[in-house]
Design a protein around this ligand. Sequence first.
Ligand code: AMP
Length: 214
Amino acid sequence: MNLLIFGAPGSGKGTQARLLEESMRGVISVISLGDLLRNEVASGTEVGLEVGSIMRTGELVGDPLVCEVILRQLRKMETEGFLLDGFPRNLPQAKFLTVVLELLGKEITAVLKLDVDTDVLVDRLLARMVCAECGSVSNARFHDGEACGKCGSTNYARRDDDAEAVIRHRFSVYEVWAAELEHYYGEKVLLIDGNRPMDEVHADIEHKVNCLNN
Ligand code: AMP
């Protein structure tokens, strides 16, 4: 089972990817390109120094670099299947992935596309808080200084690229590549209504993925 998940910034794809990984433990591993790049930035690696300033503007990082990072991660994977979050994000990346998977004797099983209304997205992103210790995401409206439910840390931060002007720019970047990818993957795309509560969206994704098995 080799899956892709994509959706606009704030659509909940990272959260849904982790929930699906948990319910399909040992079957798929999540590879989140955004998280991998943020780790590089936080560790001050050569890659991190190159991509940090680009990420803060909401622009896409160059294809050669992200393709290399993904390839490295695909080779390291411990499960048979994967769920890619944040890659591919344009046609050249999608074509690169197709070739790499062919070489590995794999192919994409399905593509999950999370659809969420723009107003809901802006609201969510302006309130998004990320635990500085374990990376789990919460919402400032429900998060009133209490400790992270996952690791107990009280050290919460906002993402650099969650400022309103950058959010709007990320949306316009997203709209262009989302249309291209939807066309490229055609019938493999499964549309998910992401306007619903997190658990409902997860149940829907789980159901659709289970149907792929039968
Ligand atoms: P995300 O966490 O998926 O919202 O990604 C955060 C930022 O990382 C994006 O705004 C881009 O600057 C960069 N990024 C993530 N994935 C890609 C990709 N596939 N291609 C280019 N840049 C990416």
